[in-house]
Design a protein around this ligand. Sequence first.
Ligand SMILES: [Zn+2]
Length: 487
Amino acid sequence: MTTSMIVPVIDVQSNNFKELWPAMLLAIKTSSFIAVDTELSGLGSRKALLAESIEDRYKAICHAARTRSILSLGIAYDTYLVQVYNLTLLCAEEYIIEPQSVQFLVQHGFDFNKQYAQGIPYYKGNDKGGDVHGQNIRTLFVELLRARRPLVVHNGLIDMVFLYQCFYAHLPERLGTFTADLCEMFPAGVYDTKYATEYELRFSSSYLEYAYKKCKLDNCKLVTAGGSSPILFLEFCNYSGHLCSYVDYRPCFEESSQDGPQDVCLRFSAYGWCPNGSSCPMSHNTDLIIRQDEKTKENKRKRRKKRKQKAGVQDKDCLSPNKKPCLEDGSSEPKEEELATGTCPIAEAEPVNDQPQVEEECPADTRMSIDEGNGGNGVCEPQSMPAEGADEINPPGGKTTAQAKKAESGTHRAGFDAFMTGYIFSFACTLNHSPNQPSSETETRLPECLNKLYLSGKSVPLQIVKSTFSKSSKAHTHKMEVVWRKS
Ligand SMILES: [Zn+2]
């Protein structure tokens, strides 16, 4: 059983953007869905981003999107061959870049020299002058809308707001107007794989790397088991000639090596994030975390079976056993309870199935008060990436090589994150697909997840709808004319 694969990520910057333009357009037009991810220069007040009122949250994200910028954009196209692009961008207007974001990005291999020298320039807000027709990132975004493909994000509310402000138009003041606009921009729907992971796949954790690796593992099990259940099969483009020089081959090995601490960091395992970062003495190794979760599930299953045999009782499986994973073999205590009694300040979090919560009392200087740092916008998300081994968990004092390794693996993060997002979506669709039903491009793939954006700490998602009370924004209406004029 192997889950190893090598993911080619095409590195796009200002000196090859025009050369790659036709290839990117073709990928957009032939894709069945498009997954995106962003790296941001900052997010502003973390507390405001988690405001109780969603309208207030929207205001806080809008403020961030107006004052900060997108540093890089990852796009994964699901065509008959998977294609992954990582675009390095440079906002041409003044913007705030937060020291903690710089630190985080540098630690993860983001190359600021390259960004300033080779970033693809763009301006934010409404269209200006002749750029509507040129080959630039804003017109690429227009092409993406024209293609009318489903858009896939992971914990994507912040991504959506930033994409709108950076590549589309000035953000509307009200959330209702924003969602009404999104409705028309993406008629094929928006899907949030964090929502899908929590409510459709029902994994123990839903941070991006966990969800991706668990999907990969489950798919592998299906392959090994044979049978008639649908499986996910990926093929990547074979790049040749000149193009090769732009491709970064991202290996993601079956499993990282087993050195390093063997005790799982509870906070990391629940949220994909831990304030101790690389100096945490506990393991942040997602492979190890998944292995332990699997073991726990298996043990639970065995115990239930034993109990049944003993008592001769037929008990029904509990609704969502995977949301309350045990910490260790033989322990029936759920992680969350462990968290509550342990050292963790996320004590009250309790991300039970119906009430995924995040702690809201995080000190402002902690990088992530949003769980898993909104799916890896570079501002918040924690460390480990699929490619490297267990040495991402640095023993105190032994940081140098591990950090160098980490830096390597962190390049093209947005691209690879977009790929992982697309993988989760494809896998969830595969599971959801009934073999008796002929699939068509227009059919809704994950009806339960259509147009629902995950909201940290809320039991209900943000619905992307156009309500009878909300009109579209003026800027959007004007923009739609531009979008549909040419095609
Ligand atoms: Zn930790």
